[in-house]
Design a protein. Sequence first.
Length: 160
Amino acid sequence: MRSNHVTTACSPPTPLTIFSWTIILINSINRICVARVFGIFALLAIFVTSLGILGLVAFMVTQRTKEIGIRKVLGADIRSILYILMIEIIKLITIAFVVLVPVIYWGIGQWLQTFASRMDYQFDLFILPLGVTLIITLVTIGTHVLRAALSNPVAALRYE
């Protein structure tokens, strides 16, 4: 009687699944490689975005060279010129985030529904990327805008 009880307790009705350590190690290495590839593509996307923003700022500064020169001649300080030039880019980035956050929120929700165990997320998750994007943008365009603000107004207005 006792041996039957021990046999039933030790042998479950479903067969045991045995994993090899090599399979677990290979899966772990694959996850690390995929994470590195995603990291590289994220850095590449940030770099391409920074180049696009820098091109937009270069175009904007070129188009407004005369306005900057006139403002400097009329007594505007460098801080006000920097504010005028940078506030437009910050507005564009903020508008882009306002448009994209609901789309991303919906997309993440759809994607997470495919998993059995689901993670909750809130809008706070989007504040950090906005801050990082603004910092990267300000660092990217800061030198270009500062150079335009420090330029000689006579050079901008020479042919007027």
